[in-house]
Write a protein that binds this ligand. Structure first.
Ligand SMILES: Nc1nc2c(ncn2[C@@H]2O[C@H](COP(=O)(O)OP(=O)(O)OP(=O)(O)O)[C@@H](O)[C@H]2O)c(=O)[nH]1
Ligand SMILES: [Zn+2]
Length: 227
């Protein structure tokens, strides 16, 4: 059986275009495609927010609410922008060779996330440590990794684990440890309405699971929860 021939891409036969021009054209087409996907996502969110606002008995034509569906759609897009990011995007190749094998710790990285059960915020601080094995990660990238996973619908335990695994994947470290202290709006504004409780979650990978000295060094260095 003869397979139908695919239509050749016009780029291949575009005559006297340089490789750079072809690449730029392709990038532009991809960018336009991504932009139109973003626009249609925003439109869908906007319509959903209009339904929600009407659903609570409000008047969508009231001056204060006229622009609320699009504003809220943009806000939710921002708060979930982590879905569109990858580890490669956020680390941007900032991995450096190093002979220092001692623990590296970045403490007190604030984060804001959204609980996947109630779509309400939870927020707090993240503390990350790793035991390098020949290479280290740009320090700011730790915070970028935290934000990439926090800007998704999450539960705190999974968020903690995902951050630890990403730091491990990026650094090839001997071990990674992450602690997160957070307060959950779903426990404060509604439900049990407890204003003073906070949650600590821990994720340990590699040497931190067996080396009590490393584990204790990290845990002892942590500041008390600020809540
Ligand atoms: N383990 C975990 N639970 C969470 C997190 N965020 C919210 N929850 C909990 O998810 C649970 C959902 O419980 P359900 O009984 O299904 O929902 P609900 O009736 O709204 O629960 P209440 O909050 O107790 O009123 C609640 O106990 C929340 O406190 C999180 O990050 N980790
Ligand atoms: Zn919740």
């Amino acid at each position: 059986m003869t397979l139908p021939l695919r239509q050749p891409s016009v780029h291949l036969y575009a005559g006297n275009q340089t490789a750079e021009e072809l690449l730029a054209e392709q990038e532009l087409a991809e960018q336009q495609g991504a932009e139109s996907t973003q626009e249609s996502t925003l439109l869908a969110l906007q319509q959903s927010y209009a339904t929600l606002i009407s659903g609570v008995g409000e008047d969508l034509t009231r001056p204060g609410l006229v622009d609320t569906p699009i504003r809220a759609a943009k806000a939710l897009s921002f708060l979930t922008k982590g879905y569109a990011q990858t580890l490669e995007d956020v680390t941007n190749g900032a991995i450096f060779p190093s002979n220092n094998h001692e623990m590296v710790m970045v403490k007190g990285i604030e984060f804001f996330s959204m609980c996947e059960h109630h779509l309400l915020p939870f927020m707090g601080h993240t503390h990350v440590a790793y035991l390098p094995e020949g290479k280290v990660l740009g320090l700011s990238k730790m915070a970028r990794i935290v934000d990439m996973y926090a800007r998704r619908l999450q539960i705190q335990e999974n968020l903690t684990q995902e951050i630890a695994q990403a730091v491990m994947d990026a650094t090839g470290a001997r071990g990674v440890a992450v602690v997160m202290d957070a307060q959950h709006m779903c426990m404060m504004m509604r439900g049990v309405q407890k204003q003073d409780s906070s949650t600590r979650s821990v994720a340990m990978i590699g040497q931190f699971t067996t080396d009590n000295q490393a584990r204790n060094e990290f845990l002892r260095a942590l500041p008390a929860s600020r809540f």
